[in-house]
Design a protein around this ligand. Structure first.
Ligand SMILES: Cc1ncc(COP(=O)(O)O)c(C=O)c1O
Length: 429
């Protein structure tokens, strides 16, 4: 595929935008290429600035569960837009979206809308600290919760350790109260609680970690977190910014039989417009301003266009939609796994519903960050490049997952498998 216009735009963007992008992973650095500039998108297909069409398995990193520019979502947004783009005042749309969210996330009595997943998690953490009157947080190595200062922490050595900020600009005092534990390790989290349990305000986790590959956790590990939080009076925060509304059964927490105290949401609930949300039972949410002392606010929070896009997106997510997503997911498995096997390529497909990840290596599937082979990046970048040349768009990083939308069709999935077959054949030469 020829991409001269994308390359030209990138050269120009470098003069005006940091690294030419507004979010680092878009820069294609980890797959050693230039970013692709998009011109338009519809359903499962994106068209780049050079007019190339690609089948998109990124879907704006998850929000577009019905694909790009879904006509009914566009219509809902258009209808609202003519009555004003932002009110900075309460309106019916906020109540409607809150009601739909609460139907699935039944531990929520009250919801607060914000404008991003980062804001949702950041605010949930503040609320948990305000509610418990404690400062310590536990987060897990390999989970991403947005660029929240106190959660931008990588693990050090040892069973569990105090965090070291993973970005300059974060004072060490900010992360001094963040404790890191490995995922899916009951002994490590128990040890942490034994040491610091009475100071821990909250345990924050993606119950389905999906930002460092797709690291499926055992139910017993998630149950252990619930048990320890109850025992020590800490709150359990589930970050379902990716997993929320991806599964028919309701929340991912419900699927595992574990109820968190607070859930943070984003992505799907905004249908492609900027939204985040967090919610919990009344007793916790009442600590939030204007009812309580914990402050959190937002000029564009509850934006009417975002609420409309979210309501229509969730309304379209009926049982048929989830069944379709599951069928497409299993079709992907059915076609891709034999291709990987045929070539003896050391990668497996991990798939849950409409989320998937090419997991590097051939041993046991990883459930912790440190189990992902170190050569993941190199192996993936060759596959990514080959697929892109054949019109298949996957995320430009070995650690990012893929997203299937209801707009995908069987032939899109089969095209990906066929393209993969060609790429792996080429790599063998
Ligand atoms: C699990 C999780 N939490 C939080 C965030 C941050 O969301 P946003 O990028 O909307 O700020 C992300 C973003 O990818 C995420 O995957």
């Amino acid at each position: 595929m020829q991409r001269s216009e994308s390359d030209r735009l990138h050269e120009e963007a470098l003069n005006h935008l940091v690294g030419g992008v507004n979010s680092p992973v878009r820069a294609f650095k980890s797959v050693h290429g230039n970013p692709i500039y998009f011109k338009k998108a519809s359903g499962a297909i994106v068209t780049d600035a050079d007019g190339n069409e690609m089948i998109d398995f990124v879907q704006s990193w998850g929000p577009l569960i019905h694909g790009h520019a879904h006509p009914e979502i566009l219509e809902s947004v258009n209808e609202k837009m003519i009555n004003g783009t932002s009110f900075g005042a309460p309106h019916l749309g906020e109540i409607e979206l809150a009601k739909i969210v609460k139907k699935r996330f039944t531990h929520m009595d009250l919801v607060r809308f914000v404008s991003s997943g980062t804001e949702a998690v950041m605010s949930a953490v503040r609320l948990a600290r305000g509610y418990t009157k404690r400062d310590f947080l536990v987060k897990f190595d390999g989970c991403y919760h947005g660029h929240v200062d106190s959660l931008m922490v990588s693990s050090g050595s040892g069973l569990a350790t105090f965090g070291i900020a993973s970005s300059p600009g974060i004072p060490k005092e900010t992360v001094a109260t963040t404790l890191i534990s490995p995922l899916n390790d009951e002994g490590a989290i128990e040890f942490l609680f034994n040491e610091h349990g009475n100071d821990i305000a909250a345990v924050v986790i993606e119950p389905l970690p999906a930002n460092n590959g797709l690291l499926v956790q055992s139910k017993s590990f998630l149950m252990k977190l619930r048990k320890l939080c109850d025992e020590y009076g800490a709150l359990l925060i589930f970050d379902e910014v990716i997993s929320g509304f991806r599964f028919k059964q309701g929340s991912y927490g419900d699927m595992c039989g574990v109820k968190p105290d607070i859930t943070a949401l984003g992505k799907v609930i905004g249908g492609g417009l900027p939204v985040g949300a967090y919610g919990a039972r009344k007793e916790i949410m009442q600590k939030l301003s204007p009812l309580g002392p914990v402050y959190q606010a937002g000029t564009l929070s509850g934006n009417p266009l975002a609420m409309a896009a979210g309501c229509k997106t969730l309304e379209l997510l009926d049982n048929d939609a989830y069944d379709k997503l599951e069928c497409l997911g299993s079709l992907l498995e059915h076609h891709v796994e034999p291709v990987l096997k045929k070539h003896g390529f050391p990668m497996r497909l991990v798939r849950l519903g409409s989320l998937f990840w090419f997991s590097p290596g051939s041993g046991q599937l990883p459930s912790r960050a440190d189990q992902i082979p170190k050569n993941a990046g190199k192996m993936y970048s060759d596959v990514h490049k080959g697929l892109l040349e054949r019109g298949i768009m996957l995320a430009p990083s070995a650690y990012e997952i893929g997203f299937i939308a209801t707009a995908h069709k069987d032939n899109h999935i089969i095209s990906m498998a066929n393209a993969l077959d060609e790429v792996l054949t080429e790599l063998e030469m």
